[in-house]
Design a protein around this ligand. Structure first.
Ligand code: ATP
Ligand code: MG
Length: 752
């Protein structure tokens, strides 16, 4: 036995690592070393001669899986790298690719993300004459996903709905049935399918089940409290033979019930495995006593929890503070100040700081503040690279080449760039194909039967030839070469070049970035670099993955993504009633308890300093609200001056004071010209459908430096101007510190 492996473990952790045979549950609080036990257990198994491929470790995010893999490899160099450490989804995607031929599945299946799912649902609703206003596509997608989490087929959903007299559910079940047909036609699986298909396959094919049960002698599951029913059944099936299943989790950190996670999985483990051993860990190694105590004060308000109190020997050299601000801009400014002050003494690096918030929408103000302060930051989870329109377009081409029956991708690129195929032609063609039970691709040669005009038919044929040529190329050329050729030969790049606007330039840069990402992929996986491998890898990139690593940068993320991670300094922002706890959750005891667990997860990420931030006024989604401090601040033991609204600061008042503006504008942040990435105007940046249409010529009144008033954003100063005539675009710095990029002719600015 390699004793050094046990040097950094306490007695309970050692017991857990040594107890390799039979079911084991580690049910313990945050920071007690659960993940550490998993990695050491794997290393210990390897040292005992267990083969790496006999071990399966699963967790929830790619980031967590990546970190676990790295730790295992550090503890057991060589063999460690060959252990299957993955997320549930990537494990299942791998399984399905390998076993496709045995289970009647097209091995080139695509993986649909939420946006793809929504598109398919929209088509289904239209076809079934279901009103989108009553049945919101995102709600329908959610219901379908929850059904899959519970291993329910459309017929099960219909039966449940009927039994409960649930008319809404009956209608959704119809959409679900059609949705499944469409996915099948496109050889596509959604995320729920990945897990469900594996479970169904294992249940249906005993030889397959036997093979995998034999193969994985040891199964380990991190964050077990967040498994849903399908994942639970999957691990149970796999572990049935050897029963060497080790699960670790914490009921206080269960925060995914809205995604179908079922806390009873952890609570019932000992019922499922009567011979299960259980290990409790109570010593926290992560946080200062003050942080632990404060987090406990909050979580103990939950009724439905199993009492656990943690202790620590860590030095009492940090603390918990409340930071209250007049509004969200001041909140961000204070966070920046605190990071500046705390990172100056060289004790901390920028990557030792993390800012958490409840909703993605809150990140924008922080981004502005960090940029102005010249402080590096990485936002995890928003505006994902792969969600950008131009990237989705190129990916759709790649998917179509891989699998031309993919209707979603077909429709996405058939007219991008423009090929003169009208909306009606496409609708007719799709209807025709649907009627035949075929994909659009499969009916292209019968387009004349679909009542499509000659011009469009020619264009469709040319497009089909184009895709076919690439289907041949994919046999001989690398993904990178294919992508490059698509971009040029499709005319996509040329269209952007001709547009020649800052936005189109940004798009070109992003596409170049995609090419480098593909190159990166090819270098990282020299043995598995086919188009199919690439598309699988991309489909599985989850929210926690970001293109740029967070080295030397402050990390910004939602609380949900923070699970399992740790930072020296943590800011939890937007701690206001209605924002966190969110919306109406305060009125629903179960939802409130989940919000509180999320708060507990956030607080227990901090090693040294925890800052609880709130602002008495906040504008979210264009609406300004006055707020009360979150009950979580009170529960943490802060009262009176910490929870009363601060006096409003003059600079943040609504009235515009030219003298003050001139004075403050000396400290005006520098706008970096080539930093266009952050200025992609979002829908709410540009005021659309404005009746006032004032063509602006080059001698327009909008000069750099001019002071202007905007009906929504208030007073500001023009700091950048591009384009001419109708295309004049302005970057305006508004008094609240925000930057906006506006199209001058519709922005309704007045000079002040
Ligand atoms: P969470 O519930 O947040 O996922 P966890 O229980 O998985 O937490 P770990 O992340 O494994 O906890 O450990 C928390 C921190 O404590 C890590 O930095 C880990 O390296 C450290 N740690 C755990 N056990 C020990 C130990 N015996 N000696 C020293 N450090 C330890
Ligand atoms: Mg952990």
């Amino acid at each position: 036995m390699d004793n050094s492996l046990f040097d950094n473990l306490n007695q309970s952790q050692k017991d857990a690592v040594l107890c390799t045979e039979g079911p084991l549950i580690i049910f313990a609080g945050a920071g007690t070393g659960k993940t550490r036990v998993i990695t050491h257990r794997i290393a210990h198994l390897l040292s005992k001669g267990v083969k790496p491929w006999q071990i399966l470790a699963v967790t929830f995010t790619n980031k967590a899986a990546g970190e676990m893999k790295k730790r295992v490899n550090d503890l057991a160099p060589g063999a460690g790298a060959n252990v299957s450490v993955s997320t549930f989804h990537s494990f299942c995607a791998y399984f399905l690719r390998v076993e496709a031929s045995k289970i009647n599945l097209n091995p080139d299946f695509l993986i649909y993300d939420f946006a793809d799912q929504k598109n398919v649902v929209k088509d289904c609703l239209k076809e079934l004459n279901i009103d989108e206003k009553k049945y919101k596509p995102s709600t329908v997608v959610d219901r379908i996903s929850r059904a899959k989490d519970d291993l329910k087929f459309p017929s099960d959903m219909a039966a449940d709905a009927q039994a409960n007299g649930d008319f809404f559910g009956t209608t959704i079940a119809k959409a679900y049935a059609l949705y499944q047909k469409k996915l099948e036609l496109a050889s596509a699986l959604d995320f729920g399918d990945l897990i469900m298909r594996v479970v169904v396959a294992l249940r249906q094919y005993p030889a397959l089940l036997e093979h995998y049960q034999q193969k994985y002698k040891y199964i380990l599951v991190d964050e077990y409290q967040d498994t849903n029913h399908a994942q639970y059944v999957l691990t149970k099936l796999l572990a049935q033979k050897h029963q060497n299943i080790c699960v670790v989790g914490d009921d206080d950190q269960s925060v995914y019930s809205w995604r179908g996670a079922d806390i009873t999985n952890i609570l019932d483990f000992e019922k499922d495995y009567p011979s299960a051993k259980s290990v409790k860990l109570e010593q926290n190694y992560r946080s200062t006593p003050k942080i632990l105590e404060t987090a406990y004060k909050v979580v103990k308000n939950n009724q439905g929890r199993i009492e656990k109190k943690l202790w620590t020997q860590n030095a009492d050299d940090g603390g918990v503070s409340v930071v209250k601000s007049a509004n969200e801009n001041e909140e961000a400014a204070r966070v920046v100040d605190l990071i500046t002050i705390n990172s100056q003494n060289e004790k901390y690096n920028l990557s030792d700081f993390a800012v958490f918030y409840r909703t993605n929408a809150q990140s924008r103000v922080f981004e502005d503040a960090f940029r102005r302060a010249g402080m590096s930051y990485a936002v995890i989870g928003t505006l994902r690279f792969y969600d950008r329109a131009e990237i989705k377009d190129i990916m759709a081409y790649l998917k179509l080449i891989h699998n031309p029956n993919d209707n979603v991708s077909f429709k996405r690129v058939i007219n991008v760039p423009r090929r003169g195929i009208g909306k009606t032609s496409m609708e007719n063609l799709e209807k025709f194909a649907g009627g035949q039970g075929l994909s659009i691709w499969q009916t292209l040669d019968r387009a004349n039967e679909a009542g499509i005009n000659k011009g469009a038919i020619n264009a469709l044929n040319a497009f089909a030839e184009f895709i076919k040529a690439f289907m041949h190329l994919k046999e001989t050329e690398s993904v990178k070469e294919i992508a490059q050729k698509i971009i040029t030969h499709s005319g996509y790049l040329k269209e952007l070049e001709d547009e020649n606007t800052p936005e189109s330039k940004t798009k070109i840069e992003n596409i170049q970035e995609l090419i480098s990402a593909i190159e990166d992929f090819e270098q990282r996986s020299p043995d598995n670099k086919t188009l199919s491998d690439y598309l699988t890898q991309i489909a599985l990139i989850s929210d926690t993955d970001s293109l740029d690593d967070s080295n030397g940068k402050v990390t910004l993320m939602t609380l949900h993504l923070a699970k399992g991670l740790e930072f020296d300094n943590v800011f939890i922002c937007g701690l206001e009633e209605g924002l966190f706890p969110i919306g109406e959750s305060a009125f629903n005891p179960e939802e409130l308890e989940e919000e509180r667990r999320l708060m507990y997860v956030g607080m227990t990420r901090a090693r040294k300093h925890l800052y609880l931030c709130w602002a008495s006024e906040r504008t979210v989604y264009g609406k300004t609200r006055w707020n009360m401090a979150s009950r979580f601040i009170t529960e943490a033991g802060f009262k009176d001056e910490f929870t009363q609204s601060p006096e409003p600061k003059p600079f943040f008042n609504r009235g515009f004071n030219r003298a003050k503006w001139n004075a403050t504008s000396k400290t005006e942040p520098k706008y970096q010209k080539d930093d266009t990435y952050d200025y992609i105007p979002s829908d709410d940046d540009i005021i659309k459908d404005e009746p006032l249409y004032t063509p602006v010529s080059d001698n327009s009144p909008y000069k750099i430096g001019a002071l202007v008033r905007h009906p929504v954003f208030g007073n500001g100063k023009i700091i950048e101007k591009t384009g001419a005539g109708n295309d004049v675009k302005l970057v305006v710095l508004f008094e609240n510190g925000q930057w906006k990029k506006l199209l001058a002719r519709v922005a309704n600015l007045t000079l002040v």
